[in-house]
Design a protein around this ligand. Structure first.
Ligand code: MIC
Ligand code: SF4
Length: 639
């Protein structure tokens, strides 16, 4: 029996575990990436583990999330990261050089290799046939040091593409359609492998839009074969030598399959407040729009922005719409500038932002109160834009540009002839903003924003934990630990950022948690979906949250909880969630034994004689980490 593409890369990187059975595997990681909002923690952790130099084929530290520099904090972080990259042997992509996933695709990604990144959209590089996964900073720090990455053995879902996209229909519509079909939990525990005759019709940047937003399905990763399109892209990036052809064997088998005929797709939009709340644009085409934002790691490639330019050229943005554009990288921006497209965009009334994450993570450009913003981004969680009552719609660059012109949500097919953009024979290559690994004796610069890492206490054998919060399904890491221009600068300062945990749910939550000293959270399905930010585990840990009991978890967040010593539990009977209310107390006894045994165990709700049955699904490795009070403690204990 042949192998699918995922199995081929997993097999060639397998360090431990069994791909045919078993629930945990460990992989060798060839490349890592970090970004500034998660990278300071990753490098502090690298340092705390007494590691001296990265041992991967290539590790890159990007500055892209927080470039506003509204105070000394960002600048401190940048200086720390630049000096840490030099000292520990990583490449450093300077502020202004672009969004990590876009730049990585352009300059570093290689088919057949593995990439671990401290950002949930790391699977963008799957558009290049690379097995790329998001993880918490601590897991990435371990991988930078040459350690294996542990993950639940994934299932492989084949997405069989046929046909070809119609005029005005975009790669974004492919992934929005898949989100509509599978939902935000539909990819949990799976790698999505694209195959079929439709694949060759998609360029690498289009594929990257699709693999990028696989993160919104909760997927472990998404991957395309490496073929003529991959070679075309690598040649145009001056990296033809990085090409290797890769595809699944003809007789490969898969755990699941869905089929998609590209020619049947129409322009789609994801409505507030979830990326899977998808319907055709035509069904909302009278909706007035106040802002259009084009950019983010999903849709800010050269091709995307050239399409936008074609649509806007010689026309003017509607007077009631603010149009902002953030090109994905300096390469994209400089190409737009040298071919005159930038002038056309500016002439149309577009406002230009730096090549960074920007509005996608609430770093400026919050919409007007109760405003409607159409964005080419990947997440439309409530409040993420910085305006709590704004409505965010996710759409393709075509829909976004058309809506900017008309002032209402617009099906671009009403605009007439579609834009035609040639694939460049050669991208503009200038790596001068990527600093190579430096001197191992470089002094690390630590401004006052760089605070020491707090460590979790070892897990007690018995715990009586009051319920701090009860939440519903699909709680995002933005709900747990919001971002935005006020909070993001505190990512290197856990005591300060912890004050904002669950801030939007209850502004007093941090004080309540501190008053209780120790507590537990309960919630529904897909708890912790979204970002890889380990602050969504670090801040709760700092506030004394010792366990989280839910109906199901998102992968990266569950791993982060374990890494920071918080016990992740799930209900055996999901309905038991209804029995628990804030103010109740859960009594967990004999945890040492319970954690080492795979069997479900009973915990007591108040004085109720009818227990709540829970399970932990921990491997022996994870059990040891938890009992030690997290991965850093466990690593220190081993040294
Ligand atoms: C996001 O899109 O939510 C982020 C900001 O890129 C995060 C990382 C972070 O919180 O720093 C992610 O996706 O992992
Ligand atoms: Fe940056 Fe947004 Fe992409 Fe996250 S999703 S990496 S914030 S552009």
């Amino acid at each position: 029996m042949g192998k699918n593409l995922t199995q081929k890369i997993l097999t060639s990187h397998l360090v431990s575990g069994d791909l045919d059975k078993g629930n945990e595997i460990a992989l060798r990681i060839d490349q890592t990436l970090t970004q500034d909002a998660t990278g300071t923690m990753a490098y502090l952790q690298f340092e705390a583990m007494n590691l001296s130099r990265v041992r991967t084929e290539c590790s890159v530290s990007y500055i892209d999330h927080n470039t506003l520099q509204t105070g000394f904090e960002n600048a401190d972080d940048h200086a720390f990261l630049q000096s840490a990259a030099a000292r520990f042997g990583a490449y450093f992509s300077r502020p202004g050089n672009g969004i990590c996933h876009q730049v990585h695709l352009e300059r570093f990604a290689k088919p057949g290799k593995t990439l671990l990144g401290s950002d949930s959209h790391t699977p963008t590089a799957g558009g290049m046939g690379m097995l790329s996964m998001g993880a918490g900073g601590l897991d990435v720090a371990v991988a930078m040091g040459g350690g294996a990455f542990y993950l639940p053995n994934p299932k492989v879902l084949r997405i069989w593409l046929t046909g070809q996209l119609s005029d005005w229909v975009s790669a974004k519509d492919i992934i929005l359609e898949i989100l509509r079909v599978l939902s935000v939990k539909g990819g949990v525990g799976k790698i999505l492998e694209y195959a079929g005759p439709g694949v060759k019709t998609l360029t690498v940047p289009q594929r990257a839009t699709i693999t990028n937003m696989g993160a919104e399905l909760g997927a472990t990763s998404s991957i395309f074969p490496s073929d003529e399109q991959t070679l075309l892209f690598l040649k145009a990036q001056g990296r033809a030598e990085d090409f290797v052809p890769l595809a699944a064997d003809e007789d490969a088998s898969y755990d699941q399959e869905i089929k998609l005929d590209l020619s049947l797709l129409v322009p789609l939009v994801a409505q507030p407040h979830s990326p899977d709340n998808v319907l055709p644009v035509t069904e909302r085409s009278t909706l007035p729009v106040h802002q259009v934002a084009i950019g983010s790691c999903t849709n800010s490639s050269y091709q995307d922005l050239m399409i936008v330019r074609q649509i806007l050229k010689g026309k003017h943005v509607h007077p009631d719409v603010s149009l902002v554009i953030s090109p994905g990288s300096r390469q994209v921006l400089s190409m737009l500038s040298s071919n005159g497209a930038l002038t056309d965009l500016l002439d149309s009334g577009a406002r230009l932002l730096e090549s960074s994450c920007g509005p996608c993570i609430g770093m400026g450009q919050s919409p007007v109160s109760k405003g409607v913003s159409v964005r080419t981004f990947n997440r439309n969680f409530e409040g993420r834009s910085g305006t709590q009552d704004a409505s965010i719609y996710l759409a393709s660059p075509e829909v976004a540009a058309a809506s900017a012109l008309t002032g209402y949500l617009t099906d671009p097919r009403t605009l007439g002839l579609p834009p035609v953009v040639d694939f460049p024979a050669l991208f503009r290559i200038d790596d001068s903003m990527i600093l190579p690994p430096g001197d191992p004796n470089t002094l690390i610069r630590r401004g006052p924003n760089i605070q020491p890492l707090p460590l979790a206490p070892a897990l007690d054998n018995s715990l009586s934990l009051p319920i701090l919060l009860k939440l519903g399904d699909n709680v995002t890491t933005d709900d747990i630990m919001p971002a935005g221009s006020k909070i993001l600068p505190l990512r290197s300062n856990i005591p300060a950022i912890s004050e904002y945990a669950f801030h939007k749910v209850d502004a007093q939550l941090a004080s309540k948690a501190k008053a209780l000293k120790q507590s537990i959270l309960v919630a529904g399905h897909n708890y912790g979906q979204g970002s890889s930010r380990e602050h969504a585990a670090l801040a709760p840990m700092y506030l004394g949250i010792r366990a989280v009991l839910v109906q199901s978890f998102a992968r990266i967040h569950r791993a982060n909880l374990i890494n920071f010593g918080i016990l992740p539990l799930t209900f055996v009977n999901e309905e038991d969630l209804n029995r628990i209310q804030p103010g109740d107390t859960l009594h967990l006894l004999d945890l040492q034994q319970a954690i080492h045994s795979p069997a479900p165990f009973a915990i007591t709700l108040n004085n109720d004689s009818n227990p709540v049955w829970v399970k932990h699904d921990l491997t022996e490795r994870q059990a040891k980490i938890l009992l030690a009070g997290g991965l850093l403690n466990a690593t220190k204990a081993e040294v």
